[in-house]
Design a protein around this ligand. Structure first.
Ligand SMILES: [Zn+2]
Length: 144
C-alpha cells in the first residue's frame, strides 16, 4: 500500500515513534492520517492533538489500538476546536493585580509645607500646614 505522507500521516508516525503502543501502519495509518489532516485544517494544533491521542490506552485493551485512535480522532472531529495554545495559557493566568503604588511614581506632587515660625521667615519643611518646626515650637513657648 502506498501511503501519501501527508502532514497527518507524518504526525501519526511521529506519535508512533514516541509511543510505540500507538504505532499505526497500513490502512489505519492512511485513514487516520486523513482525519488528522482534516483536524489540522479545522484549526487543531498538533500539540493539543498529540496530548489527546497520547492519553493512556484503556486497560484491558478490548479494541485494536487503531480503533481506539480512530475513536479519539472522530471524537475530536465533532468537538469544538480548542483555542490556540497561547490564548489557553492566557486564560489560566490570574487577572492582573491592581497596580501597586510605586514609590516615586505618584503623579500627585505632595505639597510642601514650610514652618511659618520666626515671623514667617523660618521656612523649614514641616509635615502639615500650620505646623512649626521643633526649633520654632521651642522658641514660641515663652510667648504663650
Ligand atoms: Zn521654624
Amino acid at each position: 500500500m502506498v501511503i501519501a505522507l501527508t502532514e497527518g500521516v507524518r504526525f501519526l508516525q511521529s506519535l508512533g515513534d514516541a509511543h510505540p503502543t500507538l504505532m499505526l501502519t497500513g490502512k489505519p495509518l492512511r485513514d487516520q492520517g486523513l482525519v488528522v489532516d482534516e483536524l489540522f485544517r479545522l484549526g487543531w494544533k498538533d500539540e493539543v492533538l498529540w496530548e489527546l491521542l497520547a492519553r493512556p490506552l484503556p486497560t484491558p485493551l478490548r479494541k485494536d489500538v487503531s480503533a481506539v485512535l480512530a475513536k479519539r480522532l472522530s471524537d475530536a472531529l465533532v468537538s469544538p476546536v480548542p483555542g490556540p495554545r497561547r490564548a489557553w495559557e492566557d486564560a489560566r493566568e490570574a487577572p492582573p493585580a491592581p497596580r501597586r503604588h510605586v514609590a516615586g511614581a505618584d503623579p500627585v506632587i505632595r505639597r510642601a509645607y514650610e514652618c511659618q515660625g520666626d515671623r514667617g521667615m523660618c521656612g523649614v519643611p514641616v509635615a502639615a500646614e500650620g505646623e512649626v518646626c521643633p526649633r520654632c515650637a521651642r522658641m514660641s513657648e515663652p510667648a504663650r
